[in-house]
Ligand binder design. Structure first.
Ligand code: PMP
Ligand code: GLN
Length: 386
């Protein structure tokens, strides 16, 4: 009927590529290495705490900013891992995953016509969030294979309309962990141009090489940065959708104002469970990262044996391959046919790029799966090059 609708401006109209590939995997019985979610639960103590909370009656609306113990646990987490101090009552907000925190930040901070600077490839929600807020995006390419960026390109992306720089580190889909000197440069430019920063740090604990540094810790950044993260990735409970945003009180209040018209509140029984999780020993965090590193190595080595040229990630759930290395050209066509051809699903990286040529032959595989599942996926993928 050709009806005009705001949804047509949202990237991935109808469903995201993650949802499409998960549905295709389910329909064909393929091993789903597309959408990033683990196939095992996180620590039992955290799951038990959620069950107990339901039994104890934590089943009605929690406070809009999140329950006190969780806000305190988030503040304690920022202090413990990064030495950053936040007031749990005014500088911490619990959200329905990082997804809501990002959308609410865009809606709270951007007027139509404002600009947001992101690196490219970007996480797909950023384009949709910008469209929802009527904001324009300016992108700075991360240059393969090292995924560094040209400082001049970052400077050129900043204009008088720039509202904030949106930084995702550790980075989906590349697995890059932004280095100290890169972060220092981003911070310097934010201070010089008096810009806000919004950081998406959902993979902060899933780092295998290098060290994750929050941008908020750089000189002049604490008063201008909203830091977003989520329990989903850290503790392998992606379906719980408990995230948060921390930063200066005025910015957190602005995000809260948007959040209250999006979900109002979320995740009552999961909030005390995540509070417990955040307080667990370093050994729990380390064990999750060590386990995931082993999975990264296993899938990377398997993909190389199949004949793929891979980009080995320093962090996250994901490894990117270039399908030209096995004689293919087009990642979208490759991913749409892969479940039928060999019973595996992956995600075409074009969904993370404006520049369709840059992402055309790249495909992202998730390695946050059990050893035997990765083994079976590798065996199936071998028919591509046999
Ligand atoms: N940011 C990035 C970079 C992600 O990969 C994801 C995927 N989970 C999100 C945000 C969304 O996180 P959540 O599931 O907590 O909404
Ligand atoms: N962050 C997940 C990924 O990159 C997807 C989450 C979603 O489906 N929105 O795979």
């Amino acid at each position: 009927m050709g009806r005009r609708h705001v949804a047509s401006r949202l990237h991935g109209f109808g469903s995201t590529i993650f949802a499409e590939m998960s549905a295709l995997a389910a329909a064909t019985g393929a091993i789903n290495l597309g959408q990033g979610f683990p196939d095992t639960d996180g620590p039992a103590a955290i799951a038990e705490a959620a069950v107990e909370a339901i039994r104890a009656g934590d089943n009605q609306y929690p406070p809009g900013i999140g329950i006190g113990p969780l806000r305190e646990a988030i503040a304690a987490h920022q202090r413990r891992f990064y030495g950053l101090t936040f007031d749990p009552d005014t500088e911490v907000l619990v959200t329905a995953g990082a997804t809501e925190a990002l959308a609410a930040a865009f809606l709270a901070l951007c007027e139509p016509g404002d600009e947001v600077v992101t690196f490219e490839p970007w996480y797909d929600a950023y384009t949709a969030d910008a469209a929802l807020a009527g904001a324009a995006r300016k992108t700075v390419p991360l240059r393969a294979p090292t995924y560094d960026f040209d400082p001049a390109a970052l400077r050129a992306a900043i204009t008088v309309r720039t509202r904030f720089v949106l930084l995702n580190t550790p980075h989906n889909p590349t697995g890059k962990v932004f280095a100290r000197d890169e972060l220092a440069l981003i911070a310097e430019l934010c201070v010089e141009h008096d810009l806000l920063a919004v950081t998406d740090e959902v993979y902060e604990h899933l780092v295998f090489d290098g060290v994750h540094l929050p941008l908020a810790g750089f000189p002049g950044m604490a008063e201008r940065t909203l830091t977003i993260s989520s329990a989903g990735k850290t503790f392998s409970f992606t379906g719980w959708k408990v995230g948060w945003v921390v930063g200066p009180a005025d910015l957190v209040t602005a995000v809260r104002t948007a959040k209250q018209w999006l979900t109002f509140v979320n995740g009552a029984p999961f909030q005390p469970a995540v509070a417990l999780g955040l307080g667990l020993d370093d050994a729990v965090y380390e064990a999750l990262a060590v386990d995931l590193r082993e999975k990264r190595d296993h899938l990377c080595e398997g993909l190389e044996r199949v004949g793929f040229e891979i980009r080995r990630p320093a962090a996250t759930y994901f490894v990117t391959v270039d399908v030209r290395s096995i004689g293919e050209e087009d990642g979208v066509r490759f991913c749409r046919s892969l479940p039928e051809r060999c019973g595996v699903a992956a995600v075409p990286s074009t969904v993370f790029y404006d520049d369709q040529l840059a992402g055309r032959s790249l495909v992202r595989f998730a390695f946050c799966k059990r050893h035997e599942v990765l083994d079976e996926a590798i065996t199936r993928l071998k028919v591509l090059t046999a």
